[in-house]
Design a protein around this ligand. Structure first.
Ligand SMILES: N[C@@H](CCC(=O)N[C@@H](CS)C(=O)NCC(=O)O)C(=O)O
Length: 259
């Protein structure tokens, strides 16, 4: 059976799960023991030591965008990308912006609210920046949505499953779109879908308490990966001292060097 290496909280994983559920493709899941930064057997499966990785009959595919393409190529029905080339490109640009810009804003909020990297004035400043950035993203997304029912066009597809996990993240971190706004209405339209419900329920049931995260960080047992856009977010938003302190205390690491 198809196997998805995952973490239920990962928006990249959520994209893939929603696509698999939409297409009715059965899959099994496993959470790798791989997020501390220490060497692990999972390196053999994904050289970046990230989730998601899809394993199809021994063939390993990493990166959610590449996985979505693979699923679409191998199981084309129902189609989840628009048919017309401009529209396909439009949807892919939405996905890319969400993966590389929007994700970092939510991730930064998690660093502050759950991992407690900052407190007091610094936490307020970073949260204010995240709020401003989220407002900008909402404006951009609403321009992209235009008069469409779905980001994908007339029906649900990659455009929507690429936006949903991030808007969901904004909701979790206290920055939900206005219910009456076009984005709020789109959210209400897509949220009841079974594919989304199953994905979100798995995250809700995963358990674990956010309360223990600051102690885990302080113990030095865990180094968070500050890869590309995440590092940029912290630097751009005014958290340079968090990066410096995290590197000194080894609670921040960069992506793995490929051997
Ligand atoms: N570009 C990758 C990004 C995947 C990614 O960053 N995954 C995160 C979870 S959200 C991860 O596994 N990070 C490893 C870590 O934090 O140690 C994709 O689209 O799949």
């Amino acid at each position: 059976m198809l196997k998805l290496w995952e973490h239920p909280f990962s928006p990249y994983v959520q994209k893939v799960k929603i696509a698999l559920y939409e297409k009715g493709i059965p899959f099994e899941t496993e959470v790798p023991d791989a997020f501390s930064g220490a060497p692990t057997a999972y390196t053999e499966i994904n050289p970046r030591i990230e989730v998601p990785t899809l394993v199809d009959d021994g063939f390993r595919i990493f990166d959610s965008t590449i996985i979505l393409d693979y699923i679409e190529d191998k199981w084309p029905k129902p189609p989840m990308l628009p048919a017309e080339p401009h529209e396909r490109a439009r949807v892919r640009m939405i996905e890319d912006l969400c993966d590389t810009y929007y994700e970092a804003v939510n991730w930064g909020l998690m660093e502050i609210q759950a991992w407690k990297r900052a407190s007091g004035e610094l936490a307020e400043r970073l949260t204010r920046r995240a709020k401003e950035q989220t407002t900008g993203i909402y404006r951009w997304l609403e321009r992209e949505l235009g008069g469409r029912a779905y980001f994908n066009g007339a029906s649900f597809g990659h455009g929507d499953l690429s936006v949903y996990p991030y808007v969901r993240g904004s909701v979790v971190w206290g920055m939900a779109p206005e219910a009456s706004s076009p984005l709020g209405q789109w959210l209400a339209r897509v949220e009841p879908r079974e594919s989304i419900r199953k994905t979100i329920d798995a995250a809700a049931q995963f358990g674990g308490s956010m309360d223990t995260l600051p102690q885990i960080l302080a113990s030095g047992a865990f180094a968070r990966q500050y890869r590309d856009h995440r590092l940029e977010w912290m630097m751009r938003s005014g958290g340079i001292e968090i990066v410096v302190e995290g590197l000194q205390k080894k609670t921040i690491r960069f992506g793995r060097e490929i051997e």
